[in-house]
Design a protein around this ligand. Structure first.
Ligand code: DX5
Ligand code: ZN
Length: 219
């Protein structure tokens, strides 16, 4: 069964709480909050206050996805806000090994994300310090983009790399995920489906979450 992470970037921000509770009730596993700086990506999005307020209404783990330069500057801010998982983009961080250790030291799960145009081979040098991996299937910055097919091949390779390291690290895929793509991802080894537009903009929230949760691995 897939784990579903609800990316709130696509929600109606005026009804955010209500919409997140609908997703939670339907069986979502994580709430995914993109934090953008208008620099690493063009867009701006959420901040620590959103995470703090979210933690008051949901019992699901909150996964913060930093899509910004100098993620280390924001470490204590999001640890203090109650983030459960902190993921940064590999190409936005100069000292990823150190940063992964520091995330763990603050009691959060440490995640690394990698953009669709980057090779995942570098990830093998940090697997021993990573609790989660995120393969991005769109360029960071916006929801509603077209899914990059190259992620399927990366998923296979990523599994080889984690296996060779003797580790089991959950792999999430972020961007352009819908039901059809979700099914193929699940059957290609993805553990977490991160979805925004499909959940908030293509139907009734509860139904959309349940549909993703209902995907099965084909034997
Ligand atoms: C993109 C974000 C994604 C985004 C996914 O920068 O990291 O989490 O919200 O949105 P959809 O599912 O709409 O592609
Ligand atoms: Zn994201």
């Amino acid at each position: 069964m897939a784990q579903v992470s609800v990316s709130v970037l696509a929600c109606d921000t005026m009804r955010m709480g209500e919409q997140i509770l609908k997703a939670e009730k339907a069986g979502a596993d994580f709430i995914h909050v993109d934090v953008m700086d208008g620099n690493y990506v063009e867009n701006l999005s959420f901040g620590a206050q959103h995470v703090r307020d979210l933690k008051k209404i949901t019992s699901l783990p909150v996964a913060v996805h930093l899509e910004l330069f100098h993620p280390e500057r924001f470490l204590d801010m999001f640890a203090g806000a109650g983030a459960d998982i902190l993921t940064f983009q590999l190409d936005a961080c100069h000292n990823p090994l150190h940063f992964l250790r520091e995330i763990r030291r603050r009691g959060m799960e440490a995640g690394v994300g990698i953009g669709p145009a980057y090779s995942i081979e570098n990830l093998k040098y940090l697997l021993h310090l990573a609790d989660r991996l995120t393969l991005m299937s769109v360029e960071p910055g916006y929801g509603g983009q077209v899914f990059e097919e190259s992620v399927y091949e990366k998923l296979r390779r990523m599994q080889e790399l984690t296996k060779a390291a003797g580790l089991e690290i959950p792999i999430g895929v972020d961007g352009g995920v819908n039901l059809e793509i979700g099914s193929r991802l699940l059957n290609s080894g993805a553990d977490v489906l991160i979805a925004g537009s499909y959940i908030f903009r293509q139907g009734e929230i509860g139904k959309q979450v349940k549909a993703l949760k209902g995907l099965q691995i084909q034997k």
